[in-house]
Ligand binder design. Sequence first.
Ligand SMILES: [Zn+2]
Length: 323
Amino acid sequence: MDHSALEQIIVCPACKKSLTKAVDLYTCIDESCRSAYPVFNGIPILINPKNDLFEQKDFETKGDIFFKTYSNPLIRFLKDIQPDVTFNNVSEKNYLTISKILQSSGHIRILILGGSVDGVGIKHLKKVLKEGDLLVETDVSYGPNTTVICDAHEIPFASESFDLIIAQAVLEHVLDPFQCVREMHRVLKNSGLIYAETPFMQQVHGGKYDFLRFTDLGHRRMFRNFREVQSGLVAGAGSALTWSLKYFLTSFANSKKVDRILSYGGTFLFFWVKYFDLILNKTKGSIDAASGLYFLGKKEEGYLLSDKELLASYRGFRYSSEK
Ligand SMILES: [Zn+2]
């Protein structure tokens, strides 16, 4: 990790002006702002003191805010052995595509939002990183990868700092994903790439930190300031059905204990249904029933997808009343 490269692009999340650093404290240089940001265990806590949701002191201890850790050994064991309910053979291919596009660039700078732990397939992208590249993995939680604590609504980096920004299974967990995408657009270099994976047909999975879902066109519109490179589904209707069957079971719960039993029961009973996605991840009919969707786009100054173009890009088979 090249800390000097990181410090060159860090700015005040509140006002976007520069920060000065003294031992374990960053201070904003702007006279009217003067916000201060502590560094805990070598990790800058770049959370705006006026942030409504997170406080800097939440991060004083390395406890996890987002991912719950379980003390019960039986639950930990079940968590370790339980199969995944999503069949995803797409992310890996997408990261290979992205690494191919970036290969010809010189030193690349990558920002991962919600990057405290590795997302599916991202190891294929990390493998191609070279000496002199910069990888900044941010989150509102501590994980093995966390470089910086920050809120995606107020990204603490200077404009046009990155060649690639990734938000994998993140935008459903933020209060205002449109604001986050505006921030991603700001900190991305011109011609830089944006990659997002966001659920469509998935039940609540982040506890209280779970707010929104997107259809294919809803997802595309959120990135209307980016030219599309490629987009599609991450997991199809097989995964969506696995999720639904599992949550059909948990809907019978009236207590946390019963929910937990039904949740593990549902996973072990129905995980195999996801393998229909071996077929359904390739069919055109899946796009309107997908478990999750992705968008890979490019920043082009002045580009805007019109809403007419958006509607013309519909690729599902559902009819609308006009036709
Ligand atoms: Zn400031």
